[in-house]
Design a protein. Structure first.
Length: 256
């Protein structure tokens, strides 16, 4: 059995769960770590296969994931990579977006897996579902993961999102219209100063170190990657990112 490690970027827990489930099904001794882990370069060095998971935004990879790949491109040289892309709806080529970049870094892409998970964009009503529907989506994803692991072991891994037709689909569905949403970091989130208590939770959780507390209120510094982590953890519901109103704060842990 080949040596593998799981790495992920996860805003609200979906991608973390999917990668952890995959690698532990493959081998109980396998680990899954965040790309935010300061020791990740060392941890990647001795691995034969990397299972790389991330959420898909607007049929594209988050800016933080793209930067991680480019900033650590030497870590992917001659590595085999299986990509897991989580999404709220079909993305076309969610796995292919990272695959094309990783190939340029010298990696070999062995497969891709697309998983529909509960949507985390809680300041828009689109794709909002009941708790029962969310649990059903997670259960379907879990079954798909287990099947993908067995297929990988047998030498026939799934190829979700890796073909030319998938690339055209992803481009036409969303990237053509929304490429600017993931091409740069955003001046987000928006903060309701009346609601904000200055607790600093957003500061400690932000993967981009985008947040500060100034004069007792949260402040964004123009480097948001749209992960919704601060939004979903804010106890005062004082933050919005793409929408204007908090409809639902989603965290995977609350759907288990």
């Amino acid at each position: 059995m080949i040596v593998i490690i799981g790495i992920y970027f996860s805003g609200t827990g979906n991608s973390r769960h999917c990668v952890e489930t995959f690698v532990r099904r493959y081998d109980d001794a396998c680990n899954a770590i965040s790309i935010e882990n300061p020791d990740i370069r060392q941890l990647l060095s001795d691995q034969e296969l990397i299972v790389f998971g991330y959420p898909v935004y607007y049929s594209n990879i988050p800016k933080i994931v793209r930067d991680f790949i480019f900033n650590n491109k030497d870590c992917f040289q001659n590595k085999k990579i299986f990509i897991i892309a989580t999404m709220g709806m079909l993305s076309g080529d969610g796995a292919g977006c990272a695959a094309r970049i990783l190939k340029k870094c010298g990696a070999t892409i062995v497969g891709g897996l697309h998983l529909i998970m509960p949507d985390c964009i809680g300041d828009e009503k689109v794709l909002k579902k009941s708790l029962e529907a969310k649990k059903e989506a997670i259960e379907k994803a879990n079954k798909k993961i287990l099947m993908a692991v067995e297929n990988l072991k047998s030498g026939n891994p799934p190829q979700n999102g890796l073909g030319a037709i998938n690339q055209i689909s992803g481009f036409l569905m969303q990237r053509l219209w929304f490429s600017q949403m993931t091409s740069s970091y955003k001046n987000k989130p928006k903060i309701d100063k009346e609601k904000c208590t200055g607790c600093g939770r957003c500061v400690s959780l932000c993967p981009m170190k985008n947040m500060d507390v100034v004069h007792g209120k949260a402040q964004a510094n123009g480097k948001c990657t749209l992960c919704y982590r601060c939004f979903s953890h804010c106890p005062a519901k004082a933050l919005t990112i793409l929408g204007r109103q908090v409809h639902e704060q989603y965290l995977f842990v609350n759907c288990k």
